[in-house]
Design a protein around this ligand. Structure first.
Ligand SMILES: Cc1cc2nc3c(=O)[nH]c(=O)nc-3n(C[C@H](O)[C@H](O)[C@H](O)COP(=O)(O)OP(=O)(O)OC[C@H]3O[C@@H](n4cnc5c(N)ncnc54)[C@H](O)[C@@H]3O)c2cc1C
Length: 291
């Protein structure tokens, strides 16, 4: 099937893109087209106008701002995957990038497109929530910032106003010398969307005790979950698998897990515990290898 007919605009800057959105209720931004393209081809989306932001100057970058690494909305996923700054300072984002779709989709798909699409199984969404990234959009000539945990409202539903364009994502950098990361996901085939995923970032002191942890679960619930109670309980502790399993079990006992053709809610709940334990174990091990 082919997409329904649409108008096409290529704005010079992000504010012009927002103005075009405001002028036409049926207009939609297109960035990498890896989600919107297939939806249009199947006629599940019929935008009256596509606003192509992919070539707007200054929207694709990875910038070191000391306490944060800032990623521009139209930065291609393969650029982030191979960026030395991301590898050095945002190890969790670097770790998940090879799991985001396929080489071909990462070549065109953007970081901003993944965030705005808001799929609860999207790895970039999980990292943004787990690390507490700040998302910045433009709307009506003004910038607005929001915590990732407030941005995602439900499956494919975000707080982004219809007239706004996401501009950048600001990921906090952990300054501790011994930071390790872990990521696990279960899916039908490698690179498919996950049924359940878990991400962990852990800082260790010289004795191998945790000084800080961030843990997130993706794809199990309508929006990714942060397991803050588990992260708090790990502080001062060496890795102890049985204890971590108990903590993860308790934290996930009351969640409202999603159910679909691929996986029941019970399965997602059970597997989330195992994914969390594996991600945390890997993060401890990874941190312990750092000098
Ligand atoms: C076969 C296949 C497998 C995939 N597997 C995975 C996977 O395992 N994990 C995963 O996370 N993703 C996966 N994806 C999705 C892929 O990562 C997409 O690239 C991503 O979801 C959307 O990014 P995009 O730049 O292509 O956005 P587009 O398709 O261009 O846009 C997606 C949505 O975001 C909006 N949008 C985009 N950018 C902005 C912006 N800056 N401001 C406002 N609105 C914006 C668009 O209007 C649209 O509604 C897969 C895709 C395919 C085709």
């Amino acid at each position: 099937m082919k997409p329904a007919a649409f108008e096409y605009s290529r704005p010079a800057d992000i504010d012009e893109a927002c103005a075009l959105l405001a002028a036409d209720d049926g207009a939609r931004v297109i960035a990498g087209g890896q989600t919107l393209g297939p939806l249009m081809a199947m006629r599940l989306a019929r935008p009256s106008r596509l606003i192509d932001i992919a070539r707007i100057p200054g929207l694709a970058f990875v910038r070191d701002e000391g306490k944060e690494i800032v990623v521009g909305a139209t930065t291609r996923q393969h650029v982030v995957e191979n960026d030395p700054l991301v590898r050095a300072k945002l190890p969790l984002l670097a770790k998940v990038m090879p799991f985001v779709g396929h080489t071909a989709t990462r070549a065109r798909g953007t970081v901003g497109g993944s965030l705005v699409n808001g799929d609860p199984a999207a790895e970039i969404v999980l990292v943004a929530v787990t690390l507490g990234a700040i998302l910045v959009w433009r709307d009506g000539g003004e910038s607005q910032s929001i915590a990732a945990s407030d941005f995602f409202l439900g499956p494919m539903v975000t707080a982004l106003p219809l007239t706004a364009c996401l501009a950048e994502a600001r990921f906090p950098v952990w300054p501790e010398p011994r930071v390790g990361v872990g990521f696990h996901e279960i899916n039908a085939r490698q690179s498919d969307f996950a049924f359940v995923s878990a991400a962990a970032q852990i800082a260790l002191d010289a004795d191998g005790c945790c000084t800080r942890a961030a843990i997130g679960i993706g794809a199990a619930t309508a929006v990714p979950l942060r397991l803050d109670a588990v992260a708090d309980a790990l502080k001062g502790q060496r890795f102890d698998e049985a204890r971590v399993r108990e903590l993860a079990k308790a934290a996930l006992a009351g969640i409202e897990a999603m159910a679909d053709l691929h996986a029941s809610a019970e399965y997602r709940k059970r597997v989330a515990v195992t994914m969390a334990v594996r991600a945390i174990a890997d993060a401890y091990q990874d941190a312990a290898r750092r000098p």
